[in-house]
Ligand binder design. Structure first.
Ligand code: AMP
Ligand code: MG
Length: 346
């Protein structure tokens, strides 16, 4: 959690730096206000440009809370909670929001041939990474839990807006996708309130609404996955885009010299283990960026690059375990490397 806070502070500082620079030149157009809070199990910061109206934050944060109450498995009144209770027994009526996130999740399960899987809930609970119960489970426990993981066992009745998980014990975890969805919905809310320029940062899941009031790009820090340093490895200049990073540094514990992080391979039951330390996905929808960043991290560099290149208007920044940075074509002139420990691969 500390690491996430550091990341947010860095991004925040960076935004401040770029804002201050411009303030002297564009005094009238550069007013901005920010509010942060702990929600969605992370630190969130919303920055609104070209306004001084602090009352705008109330509807924005209320909206985030409402969405969290629908999409979190830990909230007793949520759709996911009910789906868990009714698993293997009966269909549950769900909200439009749950249906939308579920359908997108299944799309990414198919896209990743099962590596991305929101039925991973029981396995995530078993590992307990980021909670007080974190442990390396016994092989037998993993084997048994894996029997509950299968996105093909999510039954959807679209007409009736109902969902049922086929087996008792199954449950959904939207941890890899909900923040992206909520970021997009937050952008809609902010636009409705008449704001054209904003930065939505949900624990490192960043969405840039519009551009800076003077029409220049925002500059966003990409975190250095070596958590001990806490800094960023480079910056990206962008407007009207979302930048979402998944990495092995976000939530993890170490045992016997081995790092166990929070992104789990549903085939092995163990944290994803390939040549990547982190992946940042840059695309217009945060919903897609979030699902994709987790998916591509699981795929590894080679397959991940092929997949990203097969998609229109999706760019990526890959950071490998040997400190190389691989960039897709469309991001090369927007990315600036600031940490010399890393090298940009050709
Ligand atoms: P992110 O930070 O967006 O990459 O999401 C990581 C979170 O997604 C984890 O903390 C888990 O809650 C969940 N998760 C872990 N592994 C997977 C997976 N293979 N498919 C879908 N969700 C996952
Ligand atoms: Mg994700």
């Amino acid at each position: 959690m500390k690491k996430r806070l550091i990341l947010i502070i860095i991004v925040f500082m960076l935004i401040n730096i770029t804002s201050c620079n411009n303030k002297q030149q564009h005094n009238n157009t550069n007013t901005k206000i920010s509010k942060s809070d702990f929600m969605l199990n992370t630190y969130i910061i919303i920055t609104l440009f070209d306004t001084e109206d602090e009352t705008l934050f109330e509807p924005i944060f209320n909206n985030i809370k409402e969405l969290e109450n629908i999409l979190s498995v830990h909230v007793a009144t949520s759709d996911l909670y009910k789906l868990r209770e009714n698993a293997g027994k009966k269909y549950t009526k769900v909200s439009d929001e749950t249906m939308e996130v579920m359908k997108k999740s299944i799309k990414y399960s198919e896209f990743s041939e099962g590596l991305f899987d929101v039925t991973l809930g029981p396995l995530i609970e078993l590992w307990g990474i980021g909670t007080t119960k974190e442990k390396v489970p016994k092989q037998e426990e993993i084997k048994e839990t894996l029997l509950l993981i299968d996105y093909k066992k999510i039954n959807i009745n679209e007409e009736k807006k109902e969902i049922m998980l086929e087996k008792e014990g199954m449950f959904i975890d939207f941890g890899a996708i909900a923040k992206g969805y909520i970021a997009d919905k937050t952008a809609e809310k902010i636009k409705e309130l008449g704001i054209k320029s904003a930065i939505i940062n949900l624990g490192g899941n960043v969405l840039l609404l519009g551009s800076r009031p003077d029409n220049s790009d925002f500059k966003i820090g990409i975190q250095d996955p070596k958590e001990a340093r806490g800094g960023y490895l480079g910056t990206v200049k962008a407007s009207d885009l979302s930048i979402v990073t998944s990495g092995d540094y976000e939530r993890y514990f170490e045992k016997d010299g081995q790092r166990y992080h929070h992104i789990i391979n549903p085939f092995t039951g163990f944290p994803s283990d390939n040549n990547l330390k982190s992946v940042s996905i840059i695309t217009s929808s945060s919903f897609d960026s979030d699902a994709l960043s987790t998916t591509i991290l699981l795929l590894g560099l080679e397959k991940g690059l092929t997949k990203v290149n097969s998609l229109e208007n999706v760019e990526a920044i890959f950071v490998t375990k040997d400190n190389k940075i691989y960039l897709t074509e469309g991001i090369r002139d927007k990315f600036e490397l600031t940490n010399k420990e890393y090298k940009i691969a050709d």
